[in-house]
Write a protein that binds this ligand. Structure first.
Ligand code: GLC
Length: 478
């Protein structure tokens, strides 16, 4: 059976993006669409999404959705992603008029409305799907409501599960039923856990790297759901994300100072000099420049970076940091900007162009994550010839290797400042030695990080979910 897929996500680049989820939802569906898979992407229209900028056209002016004890009227807009992949956006200024994707406690109500609107949005577009693919807790409710389609749930991050009081869930109109065992006895006893429910409801569950798929079945990484995931071990898949290799292409990127290619890296030095100038770093071509582009979140290992920053700088490197997030990190980085001017430059902003210039201008890219479902930064960095220095966890472990025939980066295992500084010191030594360095750079640049491979694996998963559904529902009533 051919899959006809509704792909639901709270973030879809370039419409709305906070982190990697937005990148994935913006580039995986087009890769599938290009392979001939029927797929439509659904997201809310946040206040930041301008109709004209994205060529959105009104499809339906008064879709009625019932939730939270009331009826709300929505509009549905239609747009496109790359390769003409269709997109449907749910418009309701009262619920989604703010410019940000996530707000606060209200998100549970906002995304419940979104999930409940999905069937009506698909009807309005005349789309008859046979599979729902939901991503993270925000879209989990869509899987709890659909019983006549195959259901796939992808976990991008176990840290956010969608925890709701039972009464509030019932008020929102989320099917409650008896509590799952993990809801009775787990981390949030007596509450509904939307991610857990999606894991139970889905025909197949996937996450974004093979290593993270194994890790989340252990207590250390399972965030309380490892037992539940182990009970479904046969149905849990790890599919490594790709990146959009057309956007992230150093031989063709309009945001960077000079273009280059794995066989002609002359442009890389020009980008480094331009980046040093742009950020007010000392103009020293032979000093290794370490890039960081990240959400400033505990997940990403910033406590290690801050604790080890003096030792890192003592290795004779410069830092170029870009990101936004937790206020305590903003304050700490602002302080380092002053204390280490010329050698440390952090920009606390969301700046797509500067992100590309850091990938292109840096020699190394640091990601000491505490956990990392997949991680996209290390893959983009490799493509731009910036050598990743990473903690070997989740997708970082699946993409970066220091040993073996094709070393493409530097890794450490223990979550400690010592281990991080050791790895960085090995990278600096290799950089100074020059000869192996360019081989490491080239190995990273040559790695296939496109969505092609992953799209094939998702298609196989969709087929398997449909087959499972078809065999499982014979004789069933619901
Ligand atoms: C989340 C994870 C990140 C992953 C991304 C896309 O942001 O933290 O590791 O790459 O989702 O799947």
């Amino acid at each position: 059976m051919q899959p006809r897929v509704a792909f639901l996500s709270a973030e879809v680049a370039p419409f709305a993006k906070v982190g990697g989820l937005g990148d994935v939802a913006g580039s995986l569906p087009p890769a599938l669409h290009r392979r001939g898979v029927e797929i439509v992407v659904l997201l809310p229209r946040y206040g930041s999404i301008r109709l004209a900028e994205h060529n959105l056209e009104l499809l339906h002016g008064s879709l009625v959705v019932r939730a939270a004890g009331r009826e709300e009227r929505f509009s549905v807009y239609r747009g496109q992603l790359a390769h003409g992949t269709p997109v449907l956006l749910l418009d309701h200024p009262g619920l989604f008029g703010e410019p940000t994707v996530y707000i606060d406690q209200r998100d549970r109500e906002r995304f419940t409305f979104f999930c409940k609107a999905a069937p009506g949005m698909l009807d309005a577009a005349g789309m008859n799907v046979n599979l729902y693919h939901a991503n993270d807790w925000h879209t989990a409710v869509s899987l709890l409501e659909q019983h006549d389609v195959a259901r796939v749930f992808t976990i991008h991050n176990m840290a956010h599960q969608g925890i709701i009081d039972v009464d509030y869930a019932a008020y929102l109109g989320i099917p409650t039923g008896p509590l799952l065992e993990v809801e009775q006895t787990g981390r949030y006893p007596g509450k509904l856990n939307l991610m857990a429910r999606a894991i139970v409801a889905a025909d197949l569950v996937s996450t974004v790297s093979p290593r993270y798929a194994r890790e989340i079945m252990t207590p250390e990484y399972g965030a309380g759901l490892d037992g539940l995931l182990r009970s479904r071990a046969d149905d849990v898949l790890g599919i490594l994300n790709g990146i959009d290799t057309e956007t992230y292409d150093p031989s063709n990127d309009p945001a960077i100072a000079a273009h280059y290619h794995v066989d002609d890296l002359a442009g890389k030095a020009i980008n480094k000099a331009a980046l040093q100038r742009e950020l007010g770093l000392d103009d020293v071509p032979d000093t290794p420049l370490v890039g960081i582009v990240s959400r400033l979140d505990d997940q990403k290992g910033f406590d290690l970076i801050l604790a080890g920053i003096e030792r890192a700088l003592a290795l004779g490197v410069q830092f170029a940091v870009l990101g936004t997030g937790a206020p305590e990190y903003h304050a700490a980085f602002a302080r380092l900007n002053v204390e280490h001017a010329g050698r440390f430059a952090a920009r606390l902003a969301f700046d797509v162009g500067l992100a590309q210039r850091i990938y292109a201008g840096s020699d190394m890219f640091l990601m000491p994550s505490r956990f990392e479902p997949c991680g996209l930064g290390q893959m983009i960095a490799m493509r731009y010839g910036s050598v990743p220095v990473v903690r070997a966890t989740g997708g970082l472990a699946d993409t970066v290797s220091e040993e073996g025939e094709q070393p493409n980066g530097f890794t450490f295992s223990e979550y400690s400042v010592d281990a991080l500084i050791d790895a960085l010191a090995r990278a600096v030594a290799a950089y100074r030695a020059r000869v192996p360095w360019w081989q490491i750079v080239a190995n990273g640049m040559r790695r296939d990080v496109s969505w092609n491979r992953a799209a094939g694996e998702y298609l196989a998963m969709y087929r398997r979910a449909l087959a499972k559904r078809a065999s499982g529902t014979i004789g069933a009533t619901g």
